[in-house]
Design a protein around this ligand. Structure first.
Ligand SMILES: [Zn+2]
Length: 207
């Protein structure tokens, strides 16, 4: 990601997910100076860019001079489905991230991600409706999570079945569905894997 008048090589806007976003600079720290700081550590250069599609702001940091140099990080980061999430669910979740600018598509993908996660946990029989209720009965999901999972399910059914009264999902509804699918992935897989690795590391350290 090159920090020029435009921030180049960003795959998708972290806000609206449009591919190859046009991100133009609206502010930057003075080149070669960086932003002031009192902790005596190396100064960093910062720049703020706006997405031409959604108006969302992306900030980028670089060590030393910023102009025409690669950003070391951007905030917010591009959405990437975590590698600890099983492959099928991860692919759906990534597609949900990548289609946030098209809410009907994002809502359907979020529903599929939730469905795939529960299947991976052994809930293979019946419909997504059955899977959610069974996972709740087994305490794999809390009441609040099951409720939210049902609303993701309903949100994905509306565009999928071209609901006669409310076929479309709003941007906000899609965002909430995708957020839930992400949270569920973190809860069911990412956190568990991290804890498992922590336990293994502690055991290895004990020798
Ligand atoms: Zn955008």
């Amino acid at each position: 990601m090159e920090m020029r008048e435009q921030l180049t090589d960003v795959r998708r806007c972290p806000h609206c997910s449009i591919a190859s976003p046009f991100l133009y600079k609206v502010w930057s720290s003075k080149d070669a100076e960086g932003t002031p700081r009192t902790d005596n550590r190396e100064r960093k250069a910062w720049a703020v860019y706006l997405c031409r599609t959604c108006g969302g702001a992306v900030s980028a940091e670089a060590y030393g001079r910023y102009l025409n140099h690669a950003a070391s990080r951007i905030y917010p980061t591009e959405k990437q489905a975590h590698e600890d999430i099983p492959e099928i669910a991860r692919t759906f979740l990534q597609q949900a991230y990548d289609t946030l600018h098209a809410p009907d598509a994002a809502a359907v993908m979020a529903g599929s991600a939730v469905d795939a996660m529960l299947k991976d946990k052994g809930y293979e029989k019946g419909s997504l409706y059955d899977r959610i209720d069974k996972a709740l009965a087994d305490n794999v999901l809390t009441h609040g999570m099951a409720e939210w999972a049902h609303s993701v399910r309903l949100g994905s059914n509306r565009p999928r079945h071209a609901d006669a009264e409310r076929p479309h999902v709003s941007h906000e509804e899609a965002r909430q569905s995708v957020e839930f699918a992400e949270a569920l992935g973190n809860f069911l897989f990412v956190l568990t894997a991290r804890i498992e690795r922590g336990i293994q590391a502690a055991k290895a350290a004990e020798g």
